[in-house]
Each structure stands twice: as C-alpha cells, then as structure tokens.
Design a binder for this molecule. Sequence first.
Ligand SMILES: C[S@@+](CC[C@H](N)C(=O)[O-])C[C@H]1O[C@@H](n2cnc3c(N)ncnc32)[C@H](O)[C@@H]1O
Length: 238
Amino acid sequence: MKLLSKSDIISGQSVNTIIDALEKRRVVKTPAQVTNILPPTAAFYDKWRAKSLGLLTGEAFSLEDEAQLLIDWLKPKVKEVILDLGCSTAFYARTIAKEQPASFPVAIDYSKAMLNKAIKLTKSQNRELYFLKADAEGLPIKDETINAAVSGGTLNEFHNPRKALSEAYRVLKKDGRLFLMYLTKSETFSGKLAQLGAKGGGITFHSRDGWNTILQNVGFEELKRKDMGVVTFQLLQK
Ligand SMILES: C[S@@+](CC[C@H](N)C(=O)[O-])C[C@H]1O[C@@H](n2cnc3c(N)ncnc32)[C@H](O)[C@@H]1O
C-alpha cells in the first residue's frame, strides 16, 4: 500500500473531492459495516445522529452541545491536519472547518455513499474539507504526519478497534491529540438487551476500564474525559 504524505492529501485539487485510497481487499466485515455502505443509510443517517446522544444518555445533550465540547477540548489550530476517522457525513470534520477554516480536516470513511453525502453537506455549508476513501484500520498515511484525530461513535463499529487506535497513534505526530466519543457496556437490563442485539451486528462494547486499558496499551494518555451513562467523551494525547 502506498502511504500518503500531507501534500498527497492536502492540495488545491483535492478540496471537496474523494481521494480513493481503499485497497481492493475486503474491509467490510460485519453486518453494521455492510449497512454503512448502502445509500439509504447515508440518506437517513443525519436524522438519527441529531437525536442519538439524547436518546442514548437520557439527558438533554444536543448536537450543538457535542460540537461545542469537541471545539473546547480539541482547540483546532491554523494549518493543523485533523483526521475524522469513520466520518459518515463528517459532522466532526465540518464542525472543525467551521471553527477553524484555516485548518485541514480530512474526513475518512470506506463508504462512498457516506462520503458523497458528506461532500454535499460540506459544499452546501460553503466549507472546504479533504475526503479519503480508506480503511481506518490500515491507514494509507505516512507515520507522524497528522496533528490530531477525532472519531465520533466509530470506535464501537471498527472490526478491530485496537488496530484502528494503533493506526491513529502511528500517524499522529508527537503530542498529537485524539478526541473520541464512544459507547461503553450498559449496566441496565434494557441497555444490555439492546447491546446484545448490536453485538450481533458486529458492534463492540467494553467497560470504561476495558476501553482505558486498550487506549493505554496503544500508548495514549488521557487528558480529559466526560461520562454520560453509556456515552464517553475523551481527549487523549500521543
Ligand atoms: C457510527 S458511524 C460514524 C459517525 C460519525 N463519526 C459521526 O460523528 O456522525 C460509523 C462510520 O464509520 C465507518 N467505518 C466503520 N469502520 C470503518 C473502517 N474500518 N474504516 C473507515 N470507515 C469505517 C462506517 O462506514 C460509518 O460511516
């Protein structure tokens, strides 16, 4: 696999178009991942996303609250290259571009349907992003190229979350930041039941300690965290 440098990804020609760096081998391994490549999922995804955290936490936590937390913690800076890993419609990358138009957010997903929807939304908001069709569990990016990475809800959907985190660690520069939102194992009866069904679709849930152990073993150090029921936000550093 050819590993891309910053200038391979960030160029005048590549603004708001897809760089296809997905190897021909099969990356879609779970039922949840199959769902994500279908155009109807991309079409309806935003409606679910807008309500998802309120429903999952049982608390009043809007998309605007989440965007504010992302910006307050990540503090995107001028010229920083920031990956949105498993971006779907690129909510995090678009939020970063709005806050810091002089940064270089790169939205990554293997689903062309999701990336096309993300590009449509990005253009309609007059923003500029870079889009990479790639496997986050085998990033086609050179070591220590990236300033920060973010991932909203995708850690649970990776076939191998530890591999995706190791890849993020590899491409981050020293002191690079990682902002994560993910789900932990539920302790309630109804939550356990719902997660049992999701597990069948290939979604992974660990306890808070379980995720922490994985993150520490990969090499990340926690800077900030916020737990809201089964939803955890974390800011970590390489
Ligand atoms: C839960 S959604 C992500 C939501 C999005 N980050 C947000 O904040 O709205 C999961 C996305 O990750 C993508 N995905 C899952 N595994 C992936 C992988 N190994 N490489 C790239 N994208 C992946 C799926 O195609 C899907 O669009």
